[in-house]
Design a binder for this molecule. Structure first.
Ligand SMILES: [Zn+2]
Ligand SMILES: [Zn+2]
Length: 433
């Protein structure tokens, strides 16, 4: 057991805390630090997803409040790399990190298979570093600065910089703290306005992945989630047929080549978008999720909400009455839509009935946009108010043409309903007798 272990700073990488221990303990060789903290020299304490955390906790001073969960969730890249994995996979990585055997971790996390390259050097923000020196008297490696790619510090809106400290994934350990000699704090690169907004959004969402706790979901959840969203946004038919070209075009229209390169994503690549919009059979790097979510005007929270993924081809209530004689004309008063499928085209057909006047119409879906709610395919019932209005106009002796104009229908409809009204009257009279 060791006597003193440094208290981790906010968002500090465990690797950084161990490096600080190494310096404070006055150890000359890394292997002595490994022996102190893990009880053995053969541990694979990698920078991002280290193992041996169970052994480390056992060697900590008795009165410590630190435990496995705090280390893994607050001081490693675990939350970022496992959030989109199914529960069993995330759990398996978690257990590997607690165990002394970390060989499988990178394979399991999908980092190796991903085309998104890991950074070569540990990274830092010059302004954060200056603040840390002022607050804590020293620098440390921030977890958030180690996301892959060429990213920014969202707090200071500066580009992150490469330090001189190599990230090694092998067992060749070197515990090195950031200092003014391996990090140049003078070169502050401000970001230009155009590259700022989108990149900042993506990085903020990535920060959410690191800092909040999301419930892992099976692949089927994301399949359903994205399918639902693509239908809602019009990039897939109601049946789920993805409009791949429209989707690709809109996606690459939104994201600049520069932004994608900063995230290590190949500009113009369409295969992953195709895979992503169909059934999820494997995990995708979090960046693909973040880009797609941002593209769909959603944040990370939405991807983990437990909701039903039932698409509504006519949007959500309420819908307007389309009877010009109704006091609720074009007001959103209809609460319910009944949907059936067109036998021929299989498209959804919604039927809407006004509670005020009984006017009832259908519309073929799905609605491409909100303004579409003022269109109808067929009138199923004109409702009692309209029929009463027709009778009043007929009684006034107006021409069929004029009545048709006032009621917004053709003259044939007026003639047809006049006959119907007469029939109804006759029926009513005969039943009175
Ligand atoms: Zn900063
Ligand atoms: Zn109405």
């Amino acid at each position: 057991m060791i006597i003193q272990f440094p208290t981790p700073y906010p968002d500090e990488l465990l690797y950084s805390v161990i490096s600080r221990y190494h310096v404070r303990a006055g150890n000359v060789f890394w292997k002595h630090t490994l022996e102190d903290l893990f009880g053995k020299r053969t541990i694979s304490a990698s920078v991002f997803l280290p193992s041996g955390i169970g052994s480390l906790v056992q060697h900590l001073p008795k009165n410590t409040t630190l435990n496995e969960q705090i280390f893994i969730e607050k001081h490693t890249m675990y939350p970022f790399y496992t959030v989109f994995l199914p529960t069993e996979k995330a759990q398996s990585i978690y257990e590997s990190m607690i165990s002394d055997d970390g060989k499988k971790i990178y394979m399991q996390s999908g980092i190796m298979a991903s085309s998104i390259q890991q950074n070569k050097y540990l990274r830092y923000c010059s302004a954060c570093a200056e603040e840390d020196i002022a607050t804590y008297g020293e620098m440390y490696w921030h977890r958030i600065h180690q996301l892959p790619g060429n990213l920014i510090c969202t707090k200071h809106e500066l580009w992150l910089e490469d330090s001189d400290v190599l990230i090694t994934h092998s067992n060749k350990h070197a515990f090195i703290l950031p200092t003014t000699s391996n990090c140049d704090l003078n070169g502050k690169r401000r970001i230009t306005e155009t590259s700022l907004i989108q990149l900042k959004n993506i990085v903020l969402q990535a920060e959410n992945l690191l800092n909040r706790k999301y419930q892992n979901q099976p692949f089927s959840h994301f399949t359903q989630f994205y399918r639902y969203q693509l239908i809602e946004k019009g990039y897939a038919s109601f049946k789920g047929q993805v409009k791949q070209k429209a989707l690709n075009d809109a996606f690459y229209n939104l994201y600049s080549e520069e932004l994608l390169k900063n995230l290590c994503i190949e500009p113009g690549a369409t295969q992953w978008i195709a895979n992503f919009s169909r059934k999820h059979r494997k995990s995708f790097h979090p960046y693909y999720h973040l880009l797609m979510l941002n593209f769909l005007d959603l944040d990370v929270n939405a991807a983990f909400e437990e909701t039903s993924f039932e698409n509504t081809p006519f949007g959500h209530p309420y819908w307007p009455c389309l009877n010009s004689t109704c006091p609720d004309y074009k007001k959103n008063v209809i609460k319910k839509v009944t949907i059936r499928r067109c036998e021929k085209t299989k498209k959804p057909i919604g039927r809407f009935t006004c509670p005020t006047c009984g006017f009832s119409y259908t519309r073929k879906g799905m609605d491409p946009n909100k303004d579409y709610c003022y269109k109808f395919s067929r009138i199923m019932d004109f409702g009692f108010l309209w029929k009463r209005e027709l009778q009043l106009l007929l009684n006034d002796g107006l021409s069929y043409r004029e009545i048709a104009r006032r009621l917004g229908v053709d003259t044939n409809t007026v003639i047809k309903y006049e006959k119907k009204n007469i029939e109804c009257e006759q029926k009513a009279k005969s039943s009175d007798r």
